[in-house]
Design a protein around this ligand. Structure first.
Ligand code: HEC
Length: 416
């Protein structure tokens, strides 16, 4: 595989010395402190990122996923817009309010609020253990109390009057909130605010927070209060991967962070990549109606996942994934069962054959028989030329194949 070009320039921003400021009346109470710090805007210290070069890899490994049943009692959940899991409980938030499900059974339900933006399981703001928290449609933060009732906790985080869009557990004792104006990071002692928003996407992990919006990525190291900004035109989504590296999606390109903190484009998809979500060792994404993963430097993409329109991804426990859409939430796991080459062909290529090639490439026809795995394998060099690279007389001679399918075929050939 070609080496990804490291051509992006990141700006090295000076550490933003946080200025401790008392926060009037809106302090973390029992958590102990009442300080909010603010950092200088990173906006004017941003270096541009170079154009993505055409040499960026565009072949992916096949990805096999299976749907995971999670709702054996068919609890009505409505349209779920936020979900989070604690050790025992899954909290669904959406059009029917909040539903707390444990062991497949409904443990509690609250239908007072039916507009929800985001949810997370975070270190408890008071005492030990964890809290399930969520931001409602107005950006107010609620936690689930031990008696399963909702309690407004915006004030505990110094966020009274602020509109929270995203909440993310940042590892260690860190909790991050992306608001309409910036990032607030609570560490159990204090809440620090960085006027760096607003963001379309927000992610956290390993003590780092990242936000994407308005053609920029901002990355905050919560331990050193160091902010870094990247110009990344069209960026829609960010994640922090298992190795604490930034991953970003901008248009068709997937960008990842190098050891020197610059960003490189590592993959070019046939369609825009969106909705990154890190679960376990993988960063998941959506491309078209397919699911993709980025892990250990490799990109894998499904063929035929048929995600609903406007789906969004949320990490689930056990390295699994939630897909939220207007319909019921779906839960997926990577299907790691070892696949024979023929089974891979059957899952990824045969469906394309069945829609785009069968009319002219069946058994007994003058053009090569491509109805079998053996037929494709024997003709893969020609298929690469005529179908993937569209050279000579491109195949198929009609428009019955799209860029996504060409990528699937190209990826299959690269893996043979
Ligand atoms: C409308 C009919 C038609 C469709 C649909 C079609 N092909 Fe073809 N294909 C042909 C014909 C006829 C030839 C032989 C003439 C030529 O090489 O152009 C051919 C040749 C080829 C060749 C070159 C074989 C060689 O030995 O040089 C490849 C590879 C190929 N097709 C692949 C495909 C694939 C893959 C698809 C589906 C994605 C497809 N074709 C769809 C009609 C079709």
């Amino acid at each position: 595989m070609k080496r990804p070009l490291a051509l992006a320039l990141a700006s090295a921003l000076a550490a933003c010395a946080p200025m401790e400021q008392p926060l009037d009346g809106a302090a973390m109470d029992a958590a102990g402190s009442d300080a909010v710090s603010s950092a200088d805007s990173a906006a004017d210290r941003v270096a541009p990122v170079g154009d993505a070069a055409p040499e960026i890899p565009s072949v992916a490994d096949p990805l096999f996923v299976r749907a995971v049943a999670y709702n054996p009692m068919m609890i009505p959940l409505g349209t779920v817009t936020a979900v989070t899991e604690s050790a025992t409980t899954t909290a669904f938030y959406g059009s029917l309010g909040m539903k707390l499900v444990a062991g497949g059974a409904l443990r509690a339900s609250n239908s007072e609020i039916t507009m929800w933006r985001t949810a997370a399981t975070v270190p408890a703001g008071i005492g030990t253990g964890s809290w399930i928290v969520a931001a409602d449609g107005m950006g107010r933060v609620h936690r689930v109390r031990p008696d399963n009732a909702l309690e407004l906790v915006s004030d505990r985080y110094g966020l009274t009057g602020q509109s929270v869009r995203w909440i993310a557990a940042g590892g260690m004792s860190f909790v991050g909130f992306a608001t309409d104006t910036g990032i607030a990071v609570a560490d159990g002692m204090a809440v620090r605010q960085f006027m760096e928003g607003p963001f379309e996407s927000f992610a956290a992990g390993s003590g780092r927070f990242a936000g994407a919006g308005m053609n920029r990525v901002k990355a905050l190291d919560a331990m050193t209060s160091t902010l870094r900004a990247y110009n990344l035109p069209g960026v829609t989504s960010v994640a922090i991967d298992a190795a604490a590296k930034l991953v970003a999606a901008a248009g068709e390109y997937l960008w990842t962070e190098n050891a020197d903190r610059t960003l490189s484009a590592v993959f070019r998809a046939p369609m825009p990549i969106r909705s990154l979500a890190r679960s376990g060792s993988r960063v998941w994404f959506i491309v078209g109606t397919e699911l993709g993963t980025y892990a250990m430097g490799r990109v894998s993409i499904t063929n035929g996942a048929m995600l609903p329109m406007n789906s969004t991804l949320v990490a689930a426990s056990s390295d699994e994934l939630w897909v939220l859409s207007a319909g019921a939430p779906r839960r997926y796991a990577v299907d790691t069962g070892t696949q024979t080459p023929e089974a891979i062909w059957r899952a990824t290529i045969q469906p394309i054959y069945a829609t785009s090639c069968w009319r002219c490439h069946g058994p007994g026809q003058t053009s090569p028989d491509l109805s079998t795995f053996a037929g494709w394998d024997a003709n893969r060099m020609d298929i690469n030329l005529r179908v993937v690279m569209e050279m000579g007389a491109p195949m198929p001679p009609d428009t019955s194949i799209n860029a996504m399918q060409r990528m699937v075929i190209g990826s299959w050939i690269a893996g043979r």
